[in-house]
Design a protein around this ligand. Sequence first.
Ligand code: 6PG
Length: 233
Amino acid sequence: MTERMHVFSDAQGAAEGCARAIGARLNEAIAQRGTASLAVSGGSTPKLMFREMCQIGFDWSKIHLFWVDERVVPPDDDQSNYRMTRENLIVPGGLPENRVHRIRGEMEAVAAADLYRGAVEAILGSEPVFDVVQCGVGDDGHTASLFPGEPMVADRSGVVAALWVAKKHQWRVTLLPKPILAARSLYVLSSGADKANAVQSALQGPADPLGVPSQLLRGAEWFCDAAAVQHLA
Ligand code: 6PG
């Protein structure tokens, strides 16, 4: 098992471990540079982590919050990653609006991607290095909105892209591999038995990043519960 793997007995433990690690890295960044940047994943796994981040209490006045990806839906849609984050972190944590850089899912996808790239580059420059990028893993092996078979998995120059995800019948806007892999700290949070095969393929399956985009995360630090790592050798 990789030494960058932290295993907890349950999903709550994994969420707390990941939240604490994120807090420590952001505090270091604030101490060194006066400001910090964090990109978070969507879906449902981050909810527990967001609640823990509210408990810990981060200095949000000095942290820029971004997203790894977004579904191209309005911000009040129940599929919106922004909505999930707003309900579990932004509102309960009292984050200042001017530090929250959401992807405009209500816009046409390419325009939303262009606007988001501009927002990222305005804060972090044209070669963005986030202090922390936190990714999730889908049970089909996707990460961010890079799904199996997506050629952009091999892209190493772009920052943000819009893409059509056929299996979801949905446009997505996603960070591309370059900024994900360039992060000062790259964390993965994954829990539940339904992720066990995906975690095994990501970390120990035959190298095939096009088929298993979450293999991009092999060098990351992982926070998992026991159920999600049950198939790891
Ligand atoms: C998204 C995500 C995505 C997520 C995985 C896992 O918008 O879909 O950001 O990449 O991390 O799909 O999602 P769950 O936590 O819901 O399983």
